[in-house]
Design a protein. Sequence first.
Length: 87
Amino acid sequence: MANTPQAKKRIRRNDRRAEINGARVSRIRTFVKKVELALTAGDKTAAAEALAAAQPELARGVSKGVLHKNTASRKFARLTKRVAALG
């Protein structure tokens, strides 16, 4: 258990950050899910629009430190490949 004031403050801060970061990851998942739903529906224009909206969200996740750079790059590349295959 935390004994020092700094350790107690660190626990409070970590709880706040975990909530914020969890919301960020959830938001990214939602954007990716929109692309996947458009892909399963076979709607290329909707999938392309959703992909264009998901890309900055993935990049923002990298800059905020909730996603690794390679993870975001891999997700975007795989989605892009699937959207291109629809046409």
